[in-house]
Design a protein around this ligand. Structure first.
Ligand SMILES: [Zn+2]
Ligand SMILES: [Zn+2]
Length: 267
């Protein structure tokens, strides 16, 4: 993680191009959707139903976000809901400060463990287990893929101004680091700053900036109140791009049974 942050500086050497920025933006959006729709709302909370192939593709996108394999991610997230803002919550800013909740907790010995009992039903899915098992290879393949894409573009379209190294730095490393901090802000910022629309047994807040950066995950107080809901932005003005994406997938029959809080389902 430290290496990835330092590697962002390589952009000073590789420079930037329009195509590298576009690829970085697409990589950010697709993988953010993988984390929010795949890892979070589907695997961790079963907020909607999806067939095994769709579930696999969403989880694969989540894994490519380089935030850990699905079993590890979901296990820790379920612990967060179980122990929110108590001593057992590994990433609560209320317990150990803002920066610890944002990023420091990942150096805690406890963060390296995956509580199998937390994700029992996922262990029954060989394709999800494979994503966890081969996660490091997947990340390596992804890095090589970005490098290869840049090298191919440089060879066939020299005017594009890109290169293998530039695409690796922007498409993979910088977009990954940006997405990391956006996701980490749900743990840190959304338990410190923002509005509390609902009374919950924790310090969760709704934060529009984090919601924007994370495709809707920043409506975090809503989420702690209705953890089963496929929709986190519950007011008309609380834009939740993940939910909009799921509605599109529902229209084409790839997902179904999007769960909603009763008060929203009735409107
Ligand atoms: Zn939370
Ligand atoms: Zn959650």
């Amino acid at each position: 993680m430290v290496g990835a942050h330092l590697a962002c500086l390589a952009a000073l050497e590789t420079g930037v191009s329009a195509i590298a920025l576009k690829v970085a933006g697409i990589a950010y959006l697709l993988r953010a959707f993988g984390v929010t729709a795949g890892y979070h709302r589907l695997l961790a909370h079963a907020a909607f139903k999806a067939g095994r192939p769709t579930q696999f593709v969403l989880s694969l996108l989540g894994a490519l976000a380089t935030q850990g394999g699905p079993l590890w991610w979901v296990s820790h997230h379920r612990n967060h809901h179980r122990y929110t803002d108590s001593r057992q919550d590994l990433h609560s800013p209320r317990q150990r400060g803002f920066w610890y909740s944002h990023i420091g907790w990942m150096w805690d010995q406890a963060s390296f463990e995956t509580a199998a009992t937390n994700v029992k039903e996922l262990y029954r899915l060989p394709e999800i287990k494979a994503l966890q098992r081969y996660y490091p290879l997947l990340i390596l393949a992804q890095a090589l893929g970005f490098y290869g894409l840049g090298a191919l573009l440089a060879y066939h379209f020299p005017d594009s101004g890109t290169s293998g190294a530039q695409m690796l730095v922007w498409g993979f490393i910088i977009s990954t680091v940006c997405l990391w901090h956006a996701t980490f802000m749900v743990n840190s910022v959304c338990h410190v700053w923002g509005k509390r629309s609902y009374t919950t047994d924790d310090a969760s807040t709704n934060n529009p900036l984090v919601a924007f950066l994370t495709l809707g995950e920043g409506w975090h107080n809503n989420h702690h109140k209705f953890a089963y809901s496929a929709r986190h932005g519950l007011e008309w003005w609380q834009i939740d791009l993940t939910y909009l994406g799921l509605r599109c997938l529902e229209t084409v029959g790839l997902v179904a049974d999007l769960r909603l809080p009763r008060k929203v389902a009735a409107t």
